[in-house]
Ligand binder design. Structure first.
Ligand code: ING
Length: 310
């Protein structure tokens, strides 16, 4: 019996600073209803979907940024998503800034089943950008000031009839993210992102943002025989132009659906999870072909060391 998961990538346009959580949730409810009408099993929302991408500003006293974080999930503002999920029988994945009761700050995604119950929570492993204020930048990307990296790593959960994993934004650029989930048998990876077009450290990359976005998700999907769902919050948000181009990528690496706009837009695909086995059972049969005894430094070493010590 084929295992088909119909997934919706619910791309969002900008969430401006003065947009409330309720404004964002209202837009997401509209996308969720459209996904349900297209018979989606789950709908995936972007990274930090409830607010504007606040790390673009630097606030020295981080307590002044507390209002950007969720201290409970669901909260009164987000409960309508959980209620509608149960009413429509559709699961969802939602990115948000998490402030835990013991004061830890994470860039988090929550996975919710068709009854509106939380299955799992993933916290971003690879935190990009910078820790301190860099006033010369046209805008900050101070995620390393606002979020601490996950200590839980990448999980894979039985959900929607398959094995589902999560990653967030910068995670998608690191092959290790996909491989750690691939080694757990992942069949669909859900990934929200907020990616400014302008990359301050090297503006030559600006024109390549769309290419790099597709490159990493297509290669990660193919090299691990998994579906990948990438969902943008795009468009011009508080003056910063951010990449859209949400997409759904097959285990073959083929893009099966891609957003055409930089605004709220739902793209969907009926994903045959048994397509994964056509790669993981042949070319990428990890247990047959991988040589972990050759890969030791990938896990044991963080930065580059030259063999000749130079
Ligand atoms: N954003 C970025 C990402 O990896 C970044 C980091 C910023 C990349 C600007 C390129 C340009 O897509 C997040 N939120 O990780």
């Amino acid at each position: 019996m084929t295992r088909i998961v119909t997934v919706g990538a619910a791309q969002m346009g900008p969430v401006q600073r003065d947009h409330s959580r309720t404004d964002a949730v209202t837009r997401m409810l509209h996308l969720m209803r459209e996904a349900a009408s297209r018979r989606c099993d789950l709908v995936v929302f972007p990274e930090l979907a409830l607010t504007t991408f606040f790390p673009r500003w630097f606030v020295e006293d981080i307590r002044q940024a507390d209002h950007w974080y969720e201290v409970q999930m669901p909260s009164p503002e987000t409960a309508p998503l959980f209620d509608e999920s149960a009413r429509l029988g559709i699961g969802f994945c939602l990115g948000f800034a998490e402030l835990t009761p013991d004061g830890h700050r994470f860039n988090t995604q929550v996975l919710v089943d068709k009854t509106g119950r939380e299955i799992a929570r993933y916290r971003k492993v690879h935190i990009p950008g910078h820790e301190n204020h860099e006033p010369d930048r046209p805008f900050q990307h101070a995620e390393r000031h606002y979020f601490q990296p996950s200590m839980d790593g990448f999980g894979v959960w039985n959900a929607f009839g398959g094995r589902v994993g999560m990653m967030i934004c910068n995670d998608r650029r690191w092959p290790e993210s996909y491989r750690v989930m691939g080694l757990q048998g992942v069949e669909m990876i859900l990934c929200g992102y907020n990616t400014p077009i302008h990359y301050v450290p090297d503006p030559s990359q600006d024109i390549l943002q769309g290419f790099h976005n597709a490159l990493v998700m297509q290669s990660g999907a193919y090299q691990n025989g998994t579906w990948v769902v990438g969902v943008a919050k795009g468009g011009v948000e508080e003056g910063v132009d951010s990449l859209a181009q949400s997409m759904i990528v097959a285990p073959s690496g083929q893009i099966v659906a891609q957003a055409l706009t930089t605004d709220d837009e739902l793209i969907t695909a009926s994903c045959d999870l048994d397509w994964c086995g056509r790669y993981t059972g042949t070319l990428f049969d990890f247990d047959r072909y991988r040589r972990p005894e050759m890969y030791g430094i990938i896990a044991s070493q963080r930065g580059v060391t030259h063999p000749d010590g130079e």
